[in-house]
Design a protein around this ligand. Sequence first.
Ligand code: NCD
Length: 306
Amino acid sequence: MRSLIDILDLTPAEIDGLIATACDIIDHPQAYADCCRGKKLATLFFEPSTRTRLSFEAAMYELGGNVIGFSEAKSSSASKGESVADTAKVISCYADIIAMRHPKEGAALVAANNASIPVINAGDGGHCHPTQTLADLLTIWREKGRFTDLTVGFCGDLKFGRTVHSLINALSRYTGIKLVLISPEELKLPSYVKKDVLQKNNIPYTQTTSLEEAMPQLDILYMTRVQRERFFNEEDYLRLKDSYILDPKKLESAKPDLCIMHPLPRVNEITVAVDDDPRACYFKQVLAGKHMRMALILKLLEEASV
Ligand code: NCD
């Protein structure tokens, strides 16, 4: 059974295929309005979410399907001690496809190994978040028209930010990618990502603590929130949370065609004054997420049916 746990589960050709489907959905939404008639998506969210869960639900409704699920662990049998493996087996009796978010790294893989229907990882702890990456890739594609020859700055919590880890993995398969990793010392990209992804694929990267210094060279700036829920103590979070705040002043040295991204939710990382800048792409990312999730649900259900 084909699931999506890690963005690398999809080949670059498959990603191109999903982008083509998403673009067709954008142009001809009516043509897809009945594609999932009679099918059910189960959204199993053991961790808070606004965009990911609701965009999965909107995606399934726009394909003519139905949705069941829960939005917090305490309303599920996990609160009684049920294992992820058992939950996956049970939900396989009710639904055709699962989208699952869980605070533990590897939980989606456990679910996929036990479900008899496709499982989509909607975020597993600080590990990965492949459908956010699909949203990011469609945004980059529509803004830049390519995945090659781009200097991409990642700024903020590169240690715990699962969207960062997944997008770096995805970009590592294209040529001419350069990364600028902007973070406080304590929130640097984990060494396993540097070793297994960047060094293995010969991706040039620099590390800095200064957003101002990095700015002029960037084609894409991917801002992130400091991931409070993954900190061991509140003091460290409070000290680090406002390390980077993007405002119009800092953008003065940026390229005129910079693409400013953020997976959202934002806390203080981007001032609202930036929202009116034509380079701000973070709300476009939100819409891209729904269209890519539609394309993904279609693909996985189609593969499951043969
Ligand atoms: C991200 C996540 O859940 O990792 N949110 C999202 O799905 N767009 C980013 C975050 O929470 O900071």
